[in-house]
Design a protein around this ligand. Structure first.
Ligand SMILES: CC(=O)N[C@H]1[C@@H](OP(=O)(O)OP(=O)(O)OC[C@H]2O[C@@H](n3ccc(=O)[nH]c3=O)[C@H](O)[C@@H]2O)O[C@H](CO)[C@@H](O)[C@@H]1O
Ligand SMILES: C=C(OP(=O)(O)O)C(=O)O
Length: 446
């Protein structure tokens, strides 16, 4: 989607009502696809959403010689890495800036080919997003890394060796880097201060199915005993708790009622507690979760994002839109990314009252305090929102703008909507199914 197609007209003021379905998690599926590279035979991944991050990884795997084809059931992919040794990666530059996943090809490619080339990464612009932890751990396994103009070139002169690693911060991607590298490394790897997000546990399940030996302690320590060979896997990806929470926030902000088929309580407990504190209602059954605004006013809250099992940072932006409708002062302290509150300036243009601060407000001190990062917010509500011209800044910020436009009076022009396809499957169709009044410029229905 390009040019004027990349704009959506949103006529606000209608509650979102109905049912949508979430499929496999954006933050697991592409990584499980990379894990298939480690196998000696084909893998089957089910519940795969049709999102851009999946398409990017599919393209990268194909460049490396993995055949990827649809399986028997809808949303199933069969990934066969048998011919990886004959890979032709001449076109890899085309994938530069596409997503964060290419960095996770390092370990598997070093094991398979002895070398790897990683193009520049993409992903949301919500902070500096360095990759120093990734390269530090890869060096500890025995890899050499050379920075080139168009990316990073890595080599493993010998088989990578297990090692003892302590992450400076429980980074999700770096934990996955260690897992995907350690499983075929020689000997034992001990990783402390690891991230333990549900998507990481699911990746560990995938790797265990392939033959890996991985144990998780309760103190963020993961131990991996390297093996000589891994097989393929057959796995159903865990559902996308981040997308589910986005729709839950949309139900609250638009005074609507949405049944999210596929949403799973276990991975959303912290979100559900917060949703209840704000005054949102939900009901859980075996197939999904219904979220709704029960009427009356919403409650202001203090909220701090954190690594799992804390409040996930990717839940923050959509929920902030609902907080503009809560009575009183809400405090939001973003501790995972230093620049994830910039999206609020557009909400202020729509009529919200959100003030940003450099200090760590409302909770513990974080890495960003006293360092000039506007990473705390005070949201004063309730405020009526008015339609506006909005330019989508990042994935969750983009979905938040859609929510704000749907909750607002009048019409908004939302520019850059294609970015949302990176992580939300068929979001325009889902909006229509929920009764949203949205159209493409020129009057075409989506
Ligand atoms: C594709 C994917 O799964 N993306 C998720 C993943 O991103 P991603 O894996 O990139 O996020 P990390 O957990 O690594 O980043 C967390 C923090 O660690 C810092 N850091 C990270 C790596 C590094 O080498 N150096 C460093 O300083 C980052 O700047 C950030 O401040 O986890 C994030 C935190 O749950 C989520 O918001 C993203 O949706
Ligand atoms: C920050 C996100 O993703 P990524 O790491 O892919 O940029 C997100 O999903 O909100």
């Amino acid at each position: 989607m390009t040019g004027t197609d990349d704009v959506l007209l949103v006529h606000g003021g209608t509650p979102l009502e109905g049912e949508i379905r979430v499929r496999g998690a954006k933050n697991l599926v592409p990584k499980a696809m990379v894990a298939a590279l480690l196998g000696s035979g084909p893998s089957r991944l089910r519940n795969v959403p049709d999102i851009r991050d999946v398409r990017v990884v599919r393209g990268l795997l194909q460049l490396h010689g993995v055949t990827v084809r649809p399986g028997e059931e809808p949303g199933e992919l069969v990934l066969d890495p048998t011919h990886v040794e004959s890979a032709n990666v001449a076109d890899i530059d085309a994938h530069a800036g596409s997503s964060r996943i290419p960095i996770l090809f390092c370990g598997p490619l070093l094991h398979r080919l002895g070398h790897a080339f990683i193009p520049g990464l993409g992903g949301c612009d919500i902070g500096g997003r360095p990759i120093d932890f990734h390269f530090d751990v890869l060096r500890q396994f025995g890899a050499t890394i050379e920075k080139r103009a168009d990316g990073q070139y890595l080599e493993a002169p010998q088989r990578l060796r297990g090692t003892k690693i302590r992450l400076p911060y429980p980074s999700v991607g770096s934990t996955e880097q260690v897992l995907l590298t350690a499983v075929l490394a020689e000997g034992v790897t001990e990783l402390s201060n690891a991230a333990v997000e549900p998507e990481i546990e699911d990746l560990i399940c995938v790797l265990q199915k392939m033959g890996a030996i991985i144990s998780m302690d309760t103190d963020r320590t993961i131990r991996i005993t390297g093996v000589d060979q891994l097989g393929g896997y057959n796995h159903k990806a865990l559902p996308d708790r981040l997308e589910a929470a986005s729709w839950a926030s949309a139900a609250l902000a638009t005074e609507g009622n949405i049944y999210v088929r596929g949403a799973q309580q276990r991975s959303m407990m912290t979100f559900l507690n917060t949703y209840r504190r704000v005054g949102g209602a939900f009901e859980i059954d075996d197939e999904g979760i219904r979220f709704w605004h029960p009427g009356g006013s919403l409650n202001a809250i203090a909220l701090e994002t954190d690594v799992h099992p804390g409040f996930q940072t990717d839940w923050q932006q959509p929920l902030v839109v609902a907080l503009t409708q809560a009575a009183g002062l809400s405090i939001v302290h973003e501790t995972v990314y230093e620049s994830r509150l910039g999206f609020t300036s557009a909400l202020n243009q729509m009529g919200a009252h959100i003030q940003l601060y450099r200090e760590c407000l409302g909770g513990s001190d974080c890495r960003f305090g006293q360092r000039n990062f506007l990473h705390s917010a005070v949201v004063s509500g309730p405020t009526k929102l008015q339609g506006a011209d909005l330019v989508i800044p990042d994935l969750r910020g983009g979905f938040s703008y859609l929510i704000a436009a749907l909750a607002a009076q009048g019409t908004s022009r939302v520019h850059g909507i294609d970015l949302i396809n990176r992580g939300y499957e068929n979001f325009m169709q889902k909006l229509m199914e929920l009764g949203a009044k949205v159209e493409l410029p020129g009057g075409a229905l989506v």
